[in-house]
Design a protein around this ligand. Structure first.
Ligand SMILES: [Zn+2]
Length: 317
């Protein structure tokens, strides 16, 4: 449902791979704990989260797309068919581990898919100034019958209980886990954009599972996908996320630069989407250019035969 018709633009992806590689440093939009993940960047090595706390000074580039090997890893997510290990079990298993990577592109994080579809993901971060809802954006998605995955933080749910229930009941959308306190996911307190990450295995567990329970109570389903506040992880935290039955997901295209782009820039960035891309944007910033950009770009993409799916549609066989 909602998947658009016609054939996707096969072949463009390889072009995008080259274009996306420019990245260098990047500033997150999730920089403010209340704004959200507007990550960026990346390059290839682990990033060191530096940058202003107020958002990108320059439009952050999209993450360099992953290799086909990495994308294919997305086809075998850990499932949550069985109960996840207890906190005690997790502590015993992961305590004492030393992370080697930190950033947006970390081993085990899914950035793209092998699907012919594009996956649109929208974060709602909560916190000061971050509890709004971009109704115009949701209306555009509904009008065009374009499905999406909504990464929602506990703080946003607490501020919007009625809306959260409404979104949970809408089959066009899939709800995913955007953390409990909207923190970078670390096992040793590493920071991103000045925001200290979770300081221990126990804190990382709580960041993951606190919101997991809230979402499960809200939807009646076990969420399958996770993205932390700022979208930064370390590799041990990524492994921990998978161990708990959640697939850690970032993106190939930064659609709205943490809700800082103009509508024109959003339209250009989102308009680049092709088969296998995962696009990150936000639906908690109604004053941003996000809704306007999507209203321009989605009809064009549909006209060009691009089809869309939720993460569960593009990351599971
Ligand atoms: Zn966020």
């Amino acid at each position: 449902m909602g998947d658009s018709k016609r054939r996707p633009l096969a072949g463009r992806r390889s072009v995008l791979l080259g274009m996306a590689g420019l990245a260098s440093s990047a500033l997150s939009a999730c920089a403010n704990s209340d704004s959200s993940a507007g990550p960026t960047v990346a390059g290839s090595g682990p990033a060191t989260g530096h940058g202003p706390a107020t958002g990108p000074a320059t439009p952050p580039p999209s993450i360099a797309a992953k290799s086909s090997e990495q994308a294919s890893a997305a086809l075998a997510p850990t499932t949550a068919a069985t109960a996840p290990p207890s906190k005690q079990h997790i502590l015993a298993e992961f305590s004492g581990r030393h992370p080697k990577e930190w950033g947006l592109l970390v081993t085990g994080v899914v950035n793209g898919s092998a699907s012919a579809k594009v996956a649109l993901t929208f974060d709602a971060c909560g916190g000061h100034g971050g509890t709004g809802c971009d109704h115009a954006l949701l209306e555009t998605l509904r009008r065009l019958n374009v499905p999406a995955t909504l990464f929602i933080n506990s703080r946003w749910i607490h501020a919007n209980p009625g809306l959260s229930a409404e979104l949970a009941a809408d089959p066009l959308f899939e709800l995913a886990n955007h953390g409990t306190a909207h923190l970078p996911l670390s096992v040793n307190g590493k920071s991103a954009y000045g925001i200290p990450g979770t300081a221990s295995v126990a804190a990382a567990y709580d960041e993951l599972m606190g919101n997991q329970q809230i979402l499960q109570d809200l939807t009646g389903k076990v969420p399958q996908f996770f993205r932390p506040g700022t979208a930064f992880y370390d590799d041990v935290a990524v492994e921990l996320t998978r161990r708990l039955g959640l697939l850690p997901v970032n993106f190939t295209i930064n659609g709205d630069g943490g809700a800082t782009y103009s509508a024109a820039t959003v339209a250009v960035e989102v308009g680049r989407a092709a088969a296998g891309d995962i696009v990150i944007s936000h639906f908690n910033r109604p004053a941003s250019g996000t809704a306007g950009g999507y209203a321009r770009s989605l009809p064009r993409l549909l006209d060009h035969g691009v089809s869309f799916g939720r993460l569960r549609d593009v990351l599971t066989p």
